[in-house]
Design a binder for this molecule. Structure first.
Ligand code: HEC
Length: 136
């Protein structure tokens, strides 16, 4: 009995640890995607001061204040939908590229019909998780 609870405890511990590192891993992947696709406008640290920020006619927002501007709660779903851009949560035709479509076109059906969908969602989630991690 003693033995079993020990085993269970270590299994639970291991799985909660891997949940933590899964989130950390997601933020790491998101950081890389952010550097590649977002920093040009939103800036290396998300402050809205990228080199391209002056090129587009609408200022690139500071992405580190999203929680602060939302009563301290990071608006995860809204951020996901804004980055995706295909969900129509905001009127588009704006300066912000429609990343859901960009990623989807990039990946194509190389991973099968569902593989592409999952990969796009994974990238969006990694980006949103990363942005959540840089909130002030
Ligand atoms: C070409 C410049 C440009 C690039 C590149 C860009 N953005 Fe944006 N982004 C904008 C502009 C301009 C806005 C504000 C207007 C709008 O929402 O269309 C914005 C808005 C946002 C918002 C909403 C912020 C708020 O205050 O509500 C989020 C979140 C965001 N971008 C994330 C990203 C992510 C993640 C990437 C990379 C995958 C990215 N952006 C790449 C220009 C850019």
């Amino acid at each position: 009995m003693m033995q079993l609870s020990k085993v269970l405890t270590s299994v639970l511990l291991a799985s909660s640890l891997s949940a933590v590192s899964a989130a950390a891993q997601q933020a790491d992947i998101g950081a890389q995607l952010y550097t590649d696709y977002c920093s040009a406008c939103h800036g290396a640290a998300g402050l809205g001061d990228g080199d391209m920020a002056d090129v587009v006619n609408i200022p690139s927002p500071n992405l580190t204040l999203l929680a602060r501007n939302n009563d301290g709660v990071f608006p995860m779903l809204e951020v996901l939908q804004i980055i995706d851009g295909r969900t129509g949560v905001r009127a588009h035709g704006g300066a912000m590229p429609v990343w859901g479509r960009v990623f989807s076109d990039q990946i194509g059906d190389s991973a099968g019909p569902y593989g592409g969908v999952l990969e796009v969602r994974g990238r969006l989630l990694s980006l949103a998780t990363y942005i959540q991690s840089i909130q002030q």
